[in-house]
Design a protein around this ligand. Structure first.
Ligand code: PAD
Ligand code: ZN
Ligand code: ZN
Length: 375
């Protein structure tokens, strides 16, 4: 019996309060309105950005269905949807691509005006929610909300992918891999022979390493306070691993010494303001470029010495690796299918969806890179 046009009752992991485990409960998911798509989720990764909301560091209205790195199948579509149809395999997009706003029309930009990141309304573009729990609305997250058996997204926030792609792997194209890889290739534009430093060797940081390596970097310095991250980092292309805890001086001084003046490109992939300024100070003063990938706490502000920029460094940020999401995601999935990209080293656990709290505990204790939840 078709579920199209009907409310679906299904299981979801709802974040009811900060600093509490997810509650696995039954929610109602309304049918998609015009230009919206309802998706049955097949697999979803756990990203630190989800945990930033749970920890209270990143503001997003609660109660909320988090999750933004997933693969699903289109269950039904609202009126006027043309780019996907029921049965299509898709990836929800936490940075939409409407194709019409000034960002979408600019070849250099990817932060489509339809995004719900900075303002974080936690609602569909029409200002309402498609989720209810115990008769009350539950918020969406980052245009996606994938910690649920069914979600609804706007047509601008979903890309059709190869039907043969394995969901429990290519879900990483929805955030972690593409974010890191694109930060190196699109935002920094790392050149062959250059030196790089990557602060934070989690799922996103290791994807930056893969991007630096693909771009032909000759030296990649990996920085992490968890030495257990170093073996995999070396496997993926890191040439020198440094643990700030092993030194009495600031890590930027160590990197400047190691490279006789600083790296060409540095990346902050942790989400802390002290490591953001340390990464900036680690790059070469005339032409070094530092890229902020980590999501800093909503309430934080940075102070830094202006001389760091006056002397010639460039400081940039990168959201979803600078990719124009709807057009890039299917291509990145094709690159996985042709083995140009391999995601396997990033996936350390695959767990049933019900074990979501266990998956988050492993991220917090530093034991996992990416955990993928399957439905
Ligand atoms: P993760 O927790 O798997 O990795 C972070 C790594 O940083 C871990 O290996 C930690 O041990 C390490 N670390 C923590 N503190 C320090 C420190 N003081 N010095 C050195 N290393 C440290 O997270 P992730 O890889 O999923 O995400 C990394 C960040 O990127 C996080 O802030 C997340 O919110 C952000 C992100 N940004 C985007 C984007 O579009 N810009 C997308 C996805 C994730
Ligand atoms: Zn993410
Ligand atoms: Zn747009």
């Amino acid at each position: 019996m078709s579920t199209a046009g009907k409310v679906i009752k299904c299981k979801a992991a709802v974040c009811l309060e900060v600093k509490k485990p997810f509650s696995i409960v039954e929610i109602e998911v309304a049918p998609p309105k015009a230009h919206e798509v309802r998706i049955k989720i097949l697999a979803t990764g756990i990203c630190r950005s989800d945990d930033h909301v749970v920890s209270g560091s990143l503001y997003s209205p609660l109660p909320c269905v988090l999750g933004h790195e997933a693969v699903g199948v289109v269950e039904s579509v609202g009126e006027g949807v043309t780019s996907v149809k029921p049965g299509d395999k898709v990836i929800p997009l936490f940075v939409p691509q409407c194709g019409e706003c000034s960002t979408c029309l600019n070849p250099k930009a990817n932060m489509c005006s339809q995004n719900d990141l900075g303002g974080a309304s936690g609602l569909m573009p029409d200002g309402t929610s498609r989720f209810t729990y115990k008769g009350k609305p539950v918020h969406h997250f980052a245009s996606t909300s994938t910690f649920t058996e069914y979600t609804v997204v706007h047509e601008n926030a979903v890309a059709k992918i190869d039907a043969a792609a394995p969901p429990e792997k290519v879900c990483l194209i929805g955030c972690g891999f593409s974010t890191g890889y694109g930060a190196a290739l699109n935002t920094a534009k790392v050149e062959p022979g250059s030196t790089c430093a990557v602060f934070g060797l989690g799922g996103v940081g290791l994807s930056v390493v893969m991007g630096c390596k693909a771009a032909g970097a000759s030296r990649i310095i990996g920085v992490d306070i968890n030495k257990d991250k170093f073996a995999k980092a070396k496997e993926l292309g890191v040439t020198d691993c440094v643990n700030p805890k092993d030194f009495d001086k600031p890590i930027q001084d160590v990197i400047v010494e190691m490279t006789k003046g600083g790296v060409d490109y540095s990346f902050e992939v942790i989400g802390r303001i002290d490591t953001m300024t340390a990464a900036l100070a680690s790059c070469q003063l005339n032409y070094g470029t530092s890229v902020i990938v980590g999501v800093a706490p909503s309430a934080s502000e940075i102070t830094f010495h202006p001389m760091l920029l006056f002397t010639g460094r460039t400081w940039k940020g990168s959201v979803f690796g600078g990719w124009k999401s709807k057009e890039a995601v299917p291509k990145l999935v094709s690159d996985v299918m042709t083995k140009k990209i391999t995601l396997d080293p990033l996936i350390t656990q695959t767990l049933p969806f019900d074990k979501i709290n266990e998956g988050f505990d492993m991220l917090r204790s530093g034991k996992s890179i990416r955990t993928v939840l399957v439905f």
